[in-house]
Design a protein around this ligand. Structure first.
Ligand SMILES: Cc1cc2nc3c(=O)[nH]c(=O)nc-3n(C[C@H](O)[C@H](O)[C@H](O)COP(=O)(O)OP(=O)(O)OC[C@H]3O[C@@H](n4cnc5c(N)ncnc54)[C@H](O)[C@@H]3O)c2cc1C
Length: 314
């Protein structure tokens, strides 16, 4: 059995979405342990209101690595504890944070997206992929429990409002899934939010797909509100026999088949959110500008009649 298959067997979905103390939980079970993205209980509504903010948007604070779980062959889930165990994660959906570290005498800063729910008490979880030549990701993957990292934030990315759109189309490449996790939880855990989500998730190979079991169970649990389509660059011969998703890079034809399309120019009932590595962004929507503005819409989404009004680049 491959390392990826072994790792993914550890994560058995219980099919339960629980509301505990005001925070939503997507619950997993690993051997001998229960695991959620929220590995520790969040406080009740009044409790979290009083809790101090863990993050400072204007200054880096130091957080200790308290837990690491292997997710698959190149990605781990990292838990960083707040200094004050009563402090809360003061980010809203959708936000990211900045990691800073001194690596080989150089200050390195990179953005990462917490997968913990807003108001989580005591800690933050991150899903981080290891790039063998990646400066920060290699550093984070080399950290041992008790080591620390500096984190600043939250940096608000998109102020989501329930029921603002009829359809939300999320298109992610690889670890671009992390802000989508925030969006999916925010929408599905709110029974009053009627927004329908179509999630197109592109990966290099089947073994690279993060959270597949979780996503499949969500699609089963919320058939009217959540649809997922997987796209992989390639499949091997054995996988080709059973693979039901798409194969190859995203194309206009694939998008037309898988995603709701704008009914008219600037269609306000529809929002597409895109997140992924530079090549992926270029293909779909064009990259953001160097000063992190949305920039011009180009790529497949423009070809399909989407406009800057209904596309958001994370
Ligand atoms: C808003 C935002 C949120 C993000 N959230 C997350 C997150 O939650 N989890 C996560 O793992 N990453 C996330 N990223 C990506 C992250 O910020 C880093 O870019 C990534 O970890 C690589 O940094 P590095 O220093 O290791 O690599 P670098 O030293 O910057 O790059 C070295 C080499 O690594 C490879 N590489 C780097 N980035 C990518 C990539 N995205 N795709 C393919 N190859 C790449 C390339 O070969 C590159 O030449 C996010 C990015 C943004 C903009």
């Amino acid at each position: 059995m491959s390392a990826a298959a072994r790792a993914s067997r550890k994560w058995i979905w219980l099919g339960a979405t629980l509301a505990v103390g005001g925070a939503g939980y997507l619950l997993y079970y690993g051997p001998g342990q229960k695991f959620t993205f929220e590995t520790k209980k969040s406080g009740g509504a009044s409790h979290t209101l009083l809790a101090p903010d863990a993050l400072d948007p204007n200054a880096f604070r130091t957080f200790k690595l308290s837990d690491v779980k292997q997710y698959n062959h190149n990605t781990n889930i990292f838990t960083f504890d707040f200094d004050d165990p009563k402090a809360k994660y003061n980010g809203k959906t959708a936000s990211c944070v900045l990691f800073k570290a001194d690596i080989d005498g150089k200050e390195v800063v990179r953005p990462y997206t917490p997968v913990s729910r807003p108001n989580t008490i005591g800690h933050l979880n991150f899903v981080i992929k290891h790039y063998p030549k990646g400066v920060m990701s290699k550093h984070v993957h080399s950290l041992k429990k008790g080591d620390s990292i500096e984190i600043k934030g939250p940096i608000p990315k998109y102020p989501y409002e329930p029921n603002k759109f009829e359809n939300l189309v999320l298109i992610a490449g690889g670890t671009g899934i992390t802000p989508m996790v925030q969006m999916i939880e925010e929408v599905l855990l709110n029974p009053n939010d009627k927004t329908k989500i179509t999630f197109l998730f592109a990966n290099v190979s089947v073994d690279d797909i993060l959270l597949k079991e979780t996503l499949d169970k969500l699609a089963e649990k919320y058939p009217d509100r959540f649809k997922i389509h997987y796209i992989v660059d390639k499949v091997d011969k054995a996988q080709a026999k059973t693979w039901q998703g798409e194969v190859g890079y995203l194309t206009v034809k694939m998008l037309k088949k898988l995603s709701p399309m704008p009914a008219k120019k600037d269609d306000e009932s529809l929002l597409v959110m895109v997140c992924g590595p530079p090549g992926f962004m270029k293909l779909l929507s064009g990259e953001k500008t160097k000063d992190f503005k949305q920039g011009e819409l180009t790529g497949l989404l423009k070809d399909l009649g989407f406009t800057e009004k209904n596309v958001f680049k994370f």
